[in-house]
Design a protein around this ligand. Sequence first.
Ligand SMILES: [Zn+2]
Length: 456
Amino acid sequence: MSLVSLEDRARSSSGGAMRLVSEPGALRRLAALVDELAPTGEVVLVADLTAKTVDGGDVDARVQAALPAGRHRRVVRVPAGAHGATLDERTVDEVCGRASGAAVVMTVGSGTVSDLGKVVAATLGVPLISVQTAASVNGYADPLSVLVRNGAKRTVPSRWPDVLLIDHDIVAEAPLALTRAGVGDAVAIWSSPADWYLACALGMDSALYGSRFVDPVRDLAPRLADETASEAERLASLIDVLTVGGLVIGDAGTTAPLSGVEHLASHVLDMSAIAEGAAHDLHGAQVGVASVLASALWDVALEDERLFDLGPTDFVVPDDLEGRVRAVWQPVDPTGVLGEECWHAVEAKMRRWVAAGPQIRAFFTHRREHVTTLRVLAGDPSLPAAALRVWGAAVAFSELSPPVPPERARWVLSALPFMRDRLSVADLFVLAGRWDDRLFDRVFARAAATGGGLGV
Ligand SMILES: [Zn+2]
């Protein structure tokens, strides 16, 4: 995709709200952009405490040097705890307070700082320039922020940045772990759209599936695995895939097109690590490994199990479902609070399933067409595995840092349908009475055939 069409896409996806400047040396255009958005007044830079370098210099200093000459500026550092910055209520309020009086807010950083900047600018009612310093997630180019509310991570509407500035020279020097995590977040494109399509087609998602939210990312994604491309070309492809991913999420108004079973697995890994006070890997790194597993699950559903050869009456809510949901979360939270919360979500999902009878019957009447589409959207674990391998990113659970041991990885797979109210292919296995060890063995074996799954 050429730069011009990507800039046009950004403009149209955001309804004209966001301008994209993505190129090597993009920082040179900063002064003009600041003058255009806020001709006078103070520029408040919101940044984290992590030192970043580009071309032997400090990134924050380079950004400040690129501001209009003589313009007042103030730097607000985001307070960080032991595990980096956490966007809880206190942190958001504190940064909003310290940034007040700004004529324009500018964030310099990766996903967390970018998400915070959207909330700060929305609260203060001033323009926002987001300077993206790593290609680590797809969340820069959307009007959403991941915040911590009452201790739980929630994706909430915030606002588009007026300008998303991606200087490829800066991103090229981001820590390799962040770039590899970006690849992991990007390869979800080879599994997540199938879960979204399934939920919409079965009447389990109020949104209407639209290929326009999926195809732009699918078209670009194979470039991630292009071993003949130069490093700079590959990085540009990664930036494009992630940026377009953010745009389609913003356009669709839901993360569902790019968040299926593989994202569930990453959330489950986070939750179990947090409950134990243990470390976990970056979001994207976990999503990458889980994307291979999710593709394997889809492959097994479509090929070995021929799940859609069953009839609508073969899918029945199991009598022991509540007990199974509570049991799966017991090791993570012995108090039962998490099990209770997850049971409410699963119960709502199953109520919806029962109410969706007519759409479910219609789905199975037209199953041939649906299965044809699903086969296109998912079911080839070699695609995410190949892209991850080209970048040296983790493919198997044992390659995450810290490594996820086999028994934990099996538990993660087993927990997938028992967490949230969004339907995925895992729920169909539960309803078909086939969500069991025999199936898990098959899925891990399929993932292992591409170098993914449990690992060594
Ligand atoms: Zn993600």
